[in-house]
Ligand binder design. Structure first.
Ligand SMILES: [Zn+2]
Length: 115
């Protein structure tokens, strides 16, 4: 799976740099945009209005939901990769489950790939 910027959906191959977080990524272009927004609003009072549904029509909202779904898929793939590495190191399902706040059985069912 090619890493994509969680904010603009561009693949790693189409951006200059990509910074990784826990299952999420941000490209250099989105970092620059975010910084510009922070600079523009730094002396103004913070008014959070999330999510911005009132300003979007149905088509704009429909355009947006595949991006949310893609972010979920990317985070899930990243979590699976971390769990696979822990299993490769010999870490038990019990410890993995404990770290995730779920039972050993639930961890195994979710990540083992076995039925
Ligand atoms: Zn981006």
């Amino acid at each position: 799976m090619t890493a994509r910027c969680t904010f603009c959906s561009k693949p790693r191959t189409e951006v200059g740099r990509m910074v990784a977080g826990p299952g999420v990524y941000i490209c250099n272009e989105c970092v620059a945009l975010a910084d510009a927004i922070i600079q523009e609003y730094k002396d103004k009072p913070v008014k959070l209005r999330l999510p911005p549904w009132e300003s979007l029509n149905d088509d704009e909202m429909l355009d947006h939901i595949p991006r949310v779904a893609a972010a979920i898929d990317q985070v899930e793939a990243d979590l699976r990769a971390w769990v696979q590495e822990l299993r490769r190191r010999g870490v038990t399902w019990s410890r993995i489950g404990e770290a995730l706040g779920i039972t050993r059985q639930s961890a195994w069912e979710r990540f083992s790939g076995e039925d």
